[in-house]
Design a protein around this ligand. Sequence first.
Ligand code: PMP
Length: 360
Amino acid sequence: MEKVYNFCAGPAMIPAEVLSKVQDELVNWNGLGTSVMEISHRSQDFIAVAEQSEKDLRELLSIPDNYHVLFCHGGARGQFAAVPMNLLGDSDTADYMDGGYWAHSAVEEAKKYCAPNVVDITCERDGKKAIIPASEWSLSDDAAYVHFCPNETIDGIEIRDLPQTDKPIVADMSSTILSREIDISKYGVIYAGAQKNIGPAGLTVVIVRDDLLGKAKQILPSILDYSVLVDKESMFNTPPTFAWYLAGEVFKWLKSIGGVAEMQQRNEAKAKVLYDFIDSSDFYRNEVHSDNRSLMNVPFQLKNPELDALFLEQAKAAGLVALKGHRAVGGMRASIYNAMPIEGVQALVNFMAAFEQQHA
Ligand code: PMP
């Protein structure tokens, strides 16, 4: 079977160059006569992988020296619990900006540990889904931190402004990290499940500002405790070594193409091709206002939902897979993360145009 363009929201595409390098060195990595999966995480060879990947990620995101980078387990949902348990300190509340499915899921988990101040930041603008400007978000005085999700993977909503606060800003960047430039120094904690722009599932990246360590609740499991993970250099227990190595290869690839600035330009070009096409058509529509359209996840609906199944079937036959929208939104969703080349987006648009011609 020929290689397909995979629009899955996660686990998502991995750059083809990275996959073929990994394949080449799989059974005999680094001349060791074994794969990287089969060596100790404490060996010199693996420690070199760990150090290089952190160095490359720091360079890609210009991470200041007063931030720690953790490579850990548990996914973004693990962080939904880790964040309050690490950061609440003596406070029993934190501000949670609710802009969509994932921000809302973070709230549900946080409720186990505190009484979150939940702010619905969604609105309607010109008949489309949008987000209230950050200057109008009502934050509370006693919050330990302000949590938000800059890119809602399911809703296809992106928030480009930041909460206006002196409190630590905590961001779930699972589907936005490395897609565009960000100023890390504005955040207290950034976390991301790896399975979109970083590498395979199983790895979680956390970037935490130094002054936020040391406030963890006594009952916090050690594997989620930022201070323990910093202290043990993300090797308190056995880390997901293969996913970590593969993430390191993705970072090298990203550096080789020109880093995050170049990636952002490519991502903007890709998203423009798709949104422009959808906007020019009466057959497809996207419900999100242009102020908040996601660069990474593009949900779209067919005017006639009875054609959804046929659309998916024919798209798959054309080598365009995993386009079914999340059940919460319906319709289609094209996730166009870093590894999706513009040719994939062009192929999707060509297919959509041909399908429209056949069925309009
Ligand atoms: N947050 C966002 C923005 C996500 O897209 C996802 C996964 N799709 C999650 C959290 C949950 O991540 P995980 O499965 O790694 O816990």
